[in-house]
Design a protein around this ligand. Structure first.
Ligand SMILES: Cc1ncc(COP(=O)(O)O)c(C=O)c1O
Length: 395
């Protein structure tokens, strides 16, 4: 156990997260190195808002999907040139504000004809054209149908204060099939070529949310080097001439996070060994963890060399039978007070949980910075305040 972890454990008698900037920087460098030269990266802030300030200049852009995420980026002093204001629902007042703000030099994605129409009105008279990416649908509620996108491209000269920078596409996450990437890239390539042929429009950019996978569970390791090599070969075959920006979330940040939770009770019920923790599904949730059928990478702090003793079902502190973190995992001999460390917890785990059920506290969040120092990003957060009724007489 490092001295730092020892100190953290001494200072925290409750669950907490630690994110590591160095691990994050190494991961980004690895991704950059694995992709063809000139491929840019865009970080999807939703994957982990807490490390947004640690995403260095190697990542050209940040994809921001809500006013809250925009607020987080602005509070960190992120330059608007790095912002991609995205999201299926963009608050009209946000669009109005951005359209009126000449100092805003980022990009806005267009997910519907309505969003486009609003900007056709609101951005009139701008000196610097507002840059837009047209999101092409994958057959879900997101993005524009081809016909609608075609029409926007066809009309582009009527609206010189709007610059169509290119096309954005995202079709889902945890994709590990090169065939699927090939199908999507071929489709996008052909569509972009057809925009050129039919409307004389060369999309300067293709921002592609690949949905690169993360292996979260024991027995589900993936051969990422091969996947990235084959994906890169596909990128090199594209004929559309658009600059490629890959929009990534989990693949960039999952590895930089760990979650620590204390064992607070141990019992045997009907022959089954249970370890109860001070955490739970309101703190940590992995993609595909449903009903705890899979086993995340975890260890007992300070006992990694100790042989497994028994199978335990690890449960959280929520009073719902669903609060099972792992079923039947081999653990060394454990005691109340031991701490479990869950790995690969840097993406979505800390925000996708059922945070408000039972009005329990959310964990503290720490960051090991590039400078080696440890920072606290959030103190333990009391949620009862959100759930507490406050009587304000209205009528
Ligand atoms: C538009 C868009 N881009 C990127 C992402 C990031 O996906 P992932 O975390 O799988 O890389 C998402 C996730 O929902 C998304 O909706």
């Amino acid at each position: 156990m490092t001295d730092e972890l020892k100190q953290l454990l001494e200072n925290n008698d409750r669950a907490f997260y630690v994110f590591d900037s160095k691990v994050l920087a190494e991961r980004i460098a690895f991704l950059k190195k694995s992709l063809p030269e000139g491929t840019a990266l865009c970080y999807a802030v939703k994957a982990n808002p807490f490390v947004t300030g640690e995403i260095g200049e190697e990542v050209e852009r940040l994809e921001i999907c809500s006013p809250g995420e925009e607020e987080i980026c602005r509070s960190l002093g992120i330059d608007s040139r790095r912002m991609v204001i995205s999201g299926v629902y963009k608050t009209p007042s946000v669009l109005r504000r951005l359209a009126a703000d000449e100092s805003f030099q980022g990009i806005i994605t267009i997910e519907s004809v309505l969003q486009y129409q609003q900007l056709c009105t609101d951005a009139q008279g701008r000196q610097h054209p507002l840059r837009l990416l047209l999101r092409l649908t994958n057959g879900s509620q997101f993005g524009l149908d081809e016909q609608d996108l075609d029409q926007i491209v066809q009309q582009r000269e009527q609206f010189p204060f709007l610059e169509l920078a290119g096309v954005q596409f995202f079709s889902g996450t945890q994709k590990n099939s090169v065939k699927k990437f090939a199908r999507e890239l071929t489709y996008l390539d052909q569509y972009l070529l057809s925009l050129r042929e039919r409307f004389g429009y060369q999309a300067a950019e293709l921002e592609y949310g690949t949905g690169f996978p993360v292996s979260y569970f024991v027995g589900e390791e993936l051969d990422e080097t091969t996947l990235l090599r084959e994906f890169s070969a596909l990128l090199k075959e594209l004929k559309c001439g658009s600059r490629i920006i890959l929009e990534l979330g989990r693949s960039m940040v999952a590895s930089c996070g760990k979650y620590y939770t204390h064992i607070v009770d141990i019992k045997v019920n009907k022959g089954q060994h249970y370890a109860l923790t001070d955490g739970g599904l309101h703190h940590i949730t992995y993609f595909g963890q449903f009903m705890a059928m899979k086993q995340p990478y975890l260890s007992v702090v300070g006992k990694t060399d100790v042989l497994a003793d028994k199978d335990f079902t690890i449960c959280g502190a929520l009073c719902t039978m669903n609060d099972i973190l792992v079923k039947q995992v081999h653990l060394p001999e454990i005691r109340v007070g031991d701490v479990l460390c869950f790995e690969r917890a840097g993406a979505y785990c800390m925000t996708e949980g059922i945070s408000l059920l039972l009005s329990r506290d959310l964990p503290a969040i720490y960051l090991r910075g590039q400078d080696g120092a440890l920072y606290r990003l959030r103190s333990p957060f009391e949620t009862y305040i959100i759930n507490q009724p406050k009587y304000e007489r209205m009528f």
